[in-house]
Design a protein around this ligand. Sequence first.
Ligand code: ADP
Length: 256
Amino acid sequence: MTQPTDQPLVEVQDLRKAFGEREVLRGVSFSALEGTATALLGPSGSGKTTVLRSLNVLEPPDAGRVRIADAAVDFSATGVDNATRRREVEALRARSGMVFQSHHLFPHKTVLGNLLEGPVQVQHRDVDEATADARRLLEQVGLEGREDQYPSQLSGGQQQRVGIARALALNPQVVLLDEPTSALDPELVGEVLAVIRDLATHGWTLVIVTHEIRFARDVAEQVLFLDDGVIAEEGGPEVLTDPQHERTRQFLRRVL
Ligand code: ADP
């Protein structure tokens, strides 16, 4: 996809979302440049996961606009017929790959089978080509030689690395990671963070919800601090060492 270099790859405008009476997103806007990592931080319940799930429409926003590369959905637009909206949403979804808190691998499929599901079943890619790509991705996440194992034969950290490889296998333009290490035993966190760091240095565009503040400071070019459904503070990683807002300071004091 050719993007003019000065145009962000991801653009989110004025996202709003309520669950019942509760307004969870109250106008969230940001953009992300290609090849950068954006960390979404903030207290539990501030709306981080809902923002991430809005980007691939796992949770459709009530209003606002999301664009990734050449695919955009304007959730505020009225008069869009269902078929058109479905097409728009499908196109937007195809631009991102999601890594969940717990990996959601298919237990009855091998590692390779898990990686091929999306490319072959959904994207109808050539099996040999997709297999070659999947093997390369497994190597990238340090799991070469594990192709024929089942998820239950792997550690939690290895399973999550398969989860990351599976998201990459869709060849997305943006990788969305929702607290990718929070379900892991502490001793397994490092290996998964190392893989994500490697993606960041290899030019992937990442949006990560994380509580790993030090990791965010090291890896993210952009930090967004969410509080009660709005971005309370944003900037480069220096936001984490020198926050301007009291809410950010309070949050960092609690977690660091
Ligand atoms: P965070 O990721 O910052 O912890 P979330 O985006 O998960 O926050 O949630 C924000 C708020 O929205 C929370 O109060 C949560 O309980 C609520 N919420 C999230 N998903 C749903 C849902 N599907 N139904 C009802 N409430 C939800």
